[in-house]
Design a protein around this ligand. Structure first.
Ligand SMILES: [Fe+2]
Ligand SMILES: [Fe+2]
Length: 350
């Protein structure tokens, strides 16, 4: 009994004030701080003003019954323990009260010792259950925190890897960040689950990672490319795919399919394999729309930024030839969100 803190506060509810007074006096002698109420309504208003650890409530009362009070307290103050007091012929109701979340019940006429023992037990059970709830909450928080850490780490590694390639390509980091955010919007609009939305946001940054394997004289050539040179540029898809292939992680598998297929076209006229329609993995179909959009409306070393209207009319002409029509329509619908992302994530020189 010593481990129970006597600072705990108890409310005794009974319409017969002699009963609640006797209980309160007895508990006060045990060192508890006690209040009394003669009905459920008064009990509820006392609960608003004071923090009780435990309520002892009669069941049969005028106005709201003790069972109703029990239901309300469980809902509004789930950490408050409740013991029900009931008449002898009311045993079924008492058992029902246990199902509704009461910590125990005492049958009238009771021995005061029974009350004290019931109170001490209920408070101890309450303490243990709060402790275990707190432990669970901390555990859940830890897991959530660690998962978030891992995700941030993955994301940062991917973005830095993509940035390493960007150094050679003169492609901007902001282009990749925008693609990530755009793609998460489209994935959500297309009804993808949350985890896949995160995966495309991260993995799309690696779409051009294969460019790291291209020779500088072609990759950074300021003039128009010859057919042979363009054939070399095209290999950035298979080089990237080779870099990302064979992972156990779905994130990298998605990065692989985007790197390999982001230049495929809906009508089969793209590269490297001339895949068409749904043969092209959906993440790559999303990437191709967004990559073209973002490239057109931003400045490149070889050309100025294009007004969005002009970019969209060029792109609309390729709906169903270059672009998956369903994804294209979804892209058009999502444009207000994409514009917001553009104004958030600007190129350094903008
Ligand atoms: Fe590319
Ligand atoms: Fe790109």
């Amino acid at each position: 009994m010593e481990q129970i803190s006597r600072r705990e506060r108890i409310l005794v509810v009974d319409d017969e004030s002699q009963v609640s007074d006797i209980i309160a006096q007895c508990l006060a002698m045990e060192g508890f701080r006690c209040d009394t109420a003669d009905c459920a309504e008064t009990a509820l208003s006392l609960c608003e003003r004071n923090d009780y650890n435990l309520i002892i409530s009669d069941i049969m009362m005028p106005g709201k019954s003790g069972i109703e009070l029990l239901g309300l307290i469980r809902q509004m103050y789930p950490d408050v323990a409740i013991i029900m007091v009931t008449a002898v012929d009311d045993r079924a109701t008492a058992v029902n009260a246990l199902h509704l979340g009461a910590y125990g019940y005492v049958i009238k006429p009771f021995d005061l010792n029974e009350i004290v023992i019931g109170v001490v037990n209920a408070l101890e059970r309450r303490r243990l259950s709060m402790q275990s709830r707190e432990y669970e909450r901390r555990l859940e928080n830890d897991v959530r925190q660690r998962t978030a850490d891992i995700q941030r780490r993955e994301e940062e590694i991917c973005l830095r890897l993509a940035a390493a390639c960007g150094y050679r390509d003169l492609e901007t980091g902001s282009h990749n960040r925008r693609l990530g955010l755009y793609s998460a919007v489209l994935a959500r609009e297309l009804g993808w689950p949350g985890q896949s939305q995160d995966e495309i946001r991260i993995s799309i940054a690696m779409h051009d990672i294969g460019k790291i394997g291209l020779p500088d004289n072609i990759l950074r050539k300021p003039a128009r490319l010859t057919d042979e040179e363009f054939a070399v540029i095209k290999t950035h898809t298979v080089i990237g795919a080779r870099m990302l292939k064979g992972s156990d992680f779905s994130l990298l598998n998605m990065a692989h399919s985007i790197a390999l297929s982001h230049h495929e076209k809906w009508d089969g006229s793209g590269y490297p394999y001339g895949l068409s329609g749904e043969e092209i993995p959906q993440p790559a179909r999303i990437c191709s729309v967004l990559d073209v959009y973002d490239a057109l409306v931003h400045k490149r070393i070889y050309r100025p930024a294009m007004p969005e209207e002009a970019a969209l009319s060029i792109m609309t002409a390729s709906r169903g030839s270059h672009f998956d029509p369903e994804i294209f329509d979804c892209f058009i619908e999502a444009l207000p969100q994409l514009r917001a992302i553009r104004s958030e994530v600007r190129d350094l020189e903008e």
